[in-house]
Write a protein that binds this ligand. Sequence first.
Ligand SMILES: [Zn+2]
Ligand SMILES: [Zn+2]
Length: 195
Amino acid sequence: MALQSLAEYEVLAEAAHGHLCAGQILGLRMALCGVKLLGIDDPADAGRKRLVTFVEIDRCVTDAIPVVTGCRPGKRTLKFRDFGKVAATFCDLRENRAVRVVARESARQRAREMHPEIESRNQQQMRAYREMPDHELFDIQWVRVAIAPEDLPGYKAPRVVCAQCGEAINFKREVLRDRRTLCRACAGERYYDPL
Ligand SMILES: [Zn+2]
Ligand SMILES: [Zn+2]
């Protein structure tokens, strides 16, 4: 499937996300900008084997990115780095190049200038984010991303078992502590407390 129009993607994004919002428009534009810069015009189809996306925030905008790119956590092609930034990096594995697209802080102000007649901030931004050229919406930087083999789609290796909790660990996420193989939770990164 070739790239579709923004309006067509909006329908898909609304269905996936539950509502249409400024974040959806921004995320769709961000992904379209990224894949076009990489020259991938069929990201959800043949191009899907080429593309890995890193997102830097978990918000509305995040849900819109897979709608264009086809990248998903379950395919190991959507990576979350919790930096709290409205930014994403699109990596072309075939051509070994990557581009990082960052939403410009000034875009909100620009939306106010473009559509002062629209009272709702969300509606105002939705409208403006449809109309603004890429260079007003985004800062763009070409970057290098080193993706370890165990982070790539299709990586296969035997699972190991944590010496402490006995749970299985995939993708080389185990750590060696005092010559014991531990999961990251048992090694001190646990985010939960057993009751
Ligand atoms: Zn939303
Ligand atoms: Zn463990």
